[in-house]
Every structure is written in C-alpha cells, then in structure tokens.
Design a protein around this ligand. Sequence first.
Ligand SMILES: CNc1nc2c(CC[C@H]3O[C@@H](OC)[C@H](OC)[C@@H]3O)c3nc(N)[nH]c(=O)c3cc2[nH]1
Ligand SMILES: [Zn+2]
Length: 378
Amino acid sequence: MTYDPATLGQFTITATDGAARRGSLVTAHGVVQTPIFMPVGTQGSVKALAPDDLDAAGAQIILGNTYHLYLRPGDDLLARKGGLHRFASWNKPILTDSGGFQVFSLKDIRKLSEDGVEFRSHHDGSKHFFSPEKVMSIQNNIGSDIMMVLDECVAYGADYDYTAKSLELTTRWARRCRQAHPRHKNGQLLFGINQGGFFKDLRERSLAQLAEIDFDGFAIGGLSVGESIPEMYDMLHHIAPLMPRDTPRYLMGVGTPLDILEGISAGVDMFDCVLPTRNARNGTLYTSQGKVNIRRAEYREDDSPLDPLCPCYACRTFSKAYLRHLYVAQELLSYRLNSLHNITFFLTLARQAREAIEQGRFAALKAHYQDVFAPAKD
Ligand SMILES: CNc1nc2c(CC[C@H]3O[C@@H](OC)[C@H](OC)[C@@H]3O)c3nc(N)[nH]c(=O)c3cc2[nH]1
Ligand SMILES: [Zn+2]
C-alpha cells in the first residue's frame, strides 16, 4: 500500500450540527468518511458477503478480530500471506479489535494478571496468553489500518472497586501497547479504549489517563454489555463530549439504527455492530419503513420489493414473497440477500447522517428514524 506518512492518521472535521461531526480519517488504505458504520468481519469475512458485495453496498472499512484470527487461521499464517488485506482480497481499510472483549467473555476459562490474560481456545481448549505486547504483534501480522489496545471490558454490574482497579490495569496495558507499537509503524494507527463501567467519575479518570498517551483515536468500551438503553445513552452523552475533539471517537459494538443516530448526536464518529448480518440470518430486516420479519405469513404472496427506497441487489431483483420463501426453505441464498440488504441499510443510514450534518438537518433525520423504528404501538 502507498500512503503519505505526513497525512496518515489526520482527522479533519468538515462540518458540525450540534455535537454531531462530519469528518474524514486518513488511513494507509484510504480515507474514511465519518460518521461511519463498519461491517463486522470477525474471522476475516463479513458473513455471507464478498468484497464486491461490500463495495456495492458502499462499505469503506470492515472489522476483523484479533482473538479469532489469532486462533484461526493464525496471525503467523496471515503474515506469510502478506496480511489480511491480501489474504481476504479486501484493499480498503480494516480495523481490528484487540480481542479483550472476547477473552473476557470466555469467563470461566481465563486468568487475569498484571502481565496479561491467560485463556483457553473456544475451539479446542488449548491454553493461550495475551499480553499487550502480544496483541500488538498479532495486529502487526494482520496488518490492520487501525489497531485497538488490549483492555478489560468489565462485566455489566461490576462494583465500583473492581471497576476502579480494572481501569488502572487497562491504562497500564494501553501504555504498554503504545510502547510496543511505535507511532504509525507499518502505517498502522492505534486507538485507546475508555473503560470505567457505569461510574461517571471512573470514566473521566480513565479518559484523563488515556488522553495523556499519544493515540490516533479513542474508543468507548464497556457499553452495550447488557445495560438498559437509558443507561447506555446516559453514559454515552456524558463521556463522548469529554473525549478529545480532534481525534475520532469510536463506540464499540453499537448498535441498532437508533443507537447509532443517538451516538452521532453525542459526537461519536465510528460504529461497529454484528446486528445487520446476525439479524439477516434470522430474518429480521431493517427497511426505510421499519423492521420487517420476512418469515411472516403476510409476505407469502407479496410481490413488492423488500424496501422500495433501497438500491441493493436484493431489493432491485426479488419480491418479499421470494425472500420469504428462501428463508423458510433455509436456502443459503437467503443469508446472502438478507445480509446484503441489511448491510446496505446501515451504510445508507451512515451516509444519510453525513449528508444531514453537512446540511444542518441531523436532528430532523434522527426524529424521522425514531418514528420509523418506534416500538410497535399495540
Ligand atoms: C456488542 N457490544 C460490545 N462489543 C464490544 C466490543 C467489541 C466486540 C468485538 O467482537 C466482535 O463482535 C462480536 C467484533 O470483532 C470484530 C467486535 O469488534 C468491545 N471490544 C473491546 N476491545 N473492548 C470493549 O470494551 C468492548 C465492548 C463491547 N460491547
Ligand atoms: Zn435492499
């Protein structure tokens, strides 16, 4: 890849509308327009979709996951194959999460220490150890454009003392990650991850500590971990405006269309979530008229497209009746068409948000979708 070291990592805000920001981030594999939705490709593929589908849907950047790729196919193999971009034939930006979340969700099979975390593979039970340095070297081998530090995502409901201790460890790990990955080495950016659970003072402490380290961006971790929507929004609106203004803000693992619009209104720039592809596989489709459960009998003879306003191949080519048939018949094509549509919907939502911020009408866009996705009035 060829990039200009002078502009690498540059984040430029070109418009604002309230706290919402319209910007762009320079990475080694291209410029990312924000606010942005990032399709999740945990094992190096966005499930059921190929790079040309993602291109057609307007994807600018996808996610990979250190934990999964380290276990299979192995970061050493990826290095031998020239990195994940070449291996997966995806020549646009990739962000890799550190695996912190995965390892900490493997509750009973992991041991935490100052040096890192020991865990057992969910494939074969073999023992492994992630230190901050190890996680940096894995992401170097993957070759992602944006790397995440190793952090502890504390469980929802963790008490104050545990959360306070944990954020200090996460900060010490963040410093070690920075030490292990010199600024922009191999053209790879590095983001810090804010923790502190649902305690506002601890969130501010974590942020103050991380802001002293030279990161290219900052993520909000530890949300969307089982808390209620009001709890998530309350913390989001508290911490996002306190994050550095001139670097990207990334809300990890979030979320529904309304969560993403809420995050943008709080000043967040980047989002990732498995919802579009995961819900595609269970027939829950997001459309400009609201959610559609394609398996419902009412669509059995429905000749209309899934979403008349959607430009995707599924909506241009097939009827609801056919999409419902594929789902009920458990045809593999159902996964592909439903995933293509849902990913297109989330990417279109992000594009509409970018345009609305440029034109000073973001609040109206958010209100419109709050109507579209309002819980069904029974
Ligand atoms: C869903 N809610 C949620 N996701 C979260 C993720 C990404 C999960 C990662 O797992 C894979 O998706 C399942 C993705 O990996 C590509 C994603 O990045 C987090 N990652 C880190 N490092 N720290 C966190 O505090 C954290 C919190 C989350 N909350
Ligand atoms: Zn569509």
